[in-house]
Design a protein around this ligand. Structure first.
Ligand SMILES: [Zn+2]
Ligand SMILES: [Zn+2]
Length: 331
């Protein structure tokens, strides 16, 4: 009998198709290995030597004369940094001016230096860039919500191989985020605690869905994972905003990202994935009901009509088996 599980954090239901569940090894990607990608590409706008192709950097970490992590405004931004945030009404239609920010975080000088092959110090530079950009962009009063994300591989929607993340600062709070906030607020009303803190305690106790754990973070395949090998990296300390992360926690986060992404890369042969830092809206500085986390979503299955029609997912794998598989991979 298939099982329909509900996420305690989002209240979303997911069908865990136990009877047609695939084994973890069935998800190993068959594409070419990372070794076939060169260290540099003269045509790549993010490779050293092509800095002039992008607007001037908004943040850089240097090693002597050379940048090693670099943030630039997106050349083709989804939103414009100039102008006023205005809501407009036209009969029954309402719209807003498309103000905001859209930046690219170039994670390495090397065209083929994925997080899975980086040293922890290199990953720490990415975390530092994430924190700097979140903190700086949140100061803009027109901004209400910031998301940081990464698309790795064609199935995850990237068009450029060079390792990079993106940050988008929005002049509004998206509807899906509002819905999550409301769910978390209701949980606090009912239980007096933060649902994410409770999840962290429960997963540490049950242990079977844990992928990796250090002093400050727990990485696990959530009980109601929407698909194979979905992973959350959750801070153990209650932190409303990503910008609250302190120095030791930044090192711990770099460690968690490195280990989890390396396990995924070794175990499933460098699968395509999306990574998203899920945050509170920028004004929710002292929120006691929602705390930030990172979601990693490998692109191993395709969504289709059922998902489109219901907003529900069918997961053809067991989160407990996925976690056990990743735990067993030694780095
Ligand atoms: Zn490049
Ligand atoms: Zn919490």
């Amino acid at each position: 009998m298939p099982e329909i599980r509900q996420s305690m954090a989002t209240k979303e239901w997911v069908i865990i198709a136990t009877e047609r569940a695939k084994r973890p090894k069935d998800f190993i990607s068959k594409k070419n290995s990372e070794a076939s990608i060169p260290e540099s590409d003269a045509k790549c706008p993010f490779c050293p030597g092509n800095e002039k192709l992008a607007p001037p950097a908004t943040f850089e970490i240097m090693d002597g004369e050379n940048w090693i992590t670099r943030v630039v405004p997106n050349k083709f931004p989804a939103l414009s940094p100039e102008g006023e945030r205005k809501r407009k009404y036209d009969g029954i239609h309402r719209y807003m001016t498309g103000v905001g920010n859209h930046e690219v975080i170039i994670e390495s000088r090397l065209h083929n230096r994925f997080i899975s092959v980086m040293k922890k110090d290199e990953v720490l530079n990415i975390v530092k860039a994430y924190k700097n950009r979140y903190t700086e962009l949140a100061k803009d009063e027109r901004i209400e919500h910031i998301i940081i994300f990464k698309n790795h591989g064609a199935a995850a929607g990237t068009s450029l191989i060079h390792p990079h993340s993106q940050v988008v600062a929005l002049p509004l709070v998206p509807q899906a985020i509002r819905s999550r906030l409301n769910t978390a607020m209701r949980y606090l009303d009912d239980n007096g605690t933060c649902v994410f803190c409770d999840m962290s305690v429960m997963e540490q106790k049950e242990k079977e869905r844990i992928v990796y754990e250090n002093d400050d973070f727990i990485a696990f395949c959530p009980y109601a994972s929407l698909g194979p090998f979905h992973i959350w990296i959750l801070p153990k300390r209650h932190m409303a905003q990503f910008s609250e992360i302190n120095e030791p926690e930044m090192t711990s986060l770099a460690d968690s990202l490195k280990i989890v992404l390396t396990k995924l890369s070794i175990g499933l042969n460098n699968p395509d994935y999306n990574l998203v830092v899920k945050c509170n809206p920028t004004d929710y500085i002292k929120s006691d009901f929602f705390h930030w986390y990172i979601a990693i979503v490998p692109r191993l299955t395709k969504t289709a009509g059922f998902e489109l029609g219901t907003g529900m997912f069918i997961n053809v794998s067991l989160p407990e088996e996925n976690a056990e598989f990743l735990r067993s991979i030694n780095i």
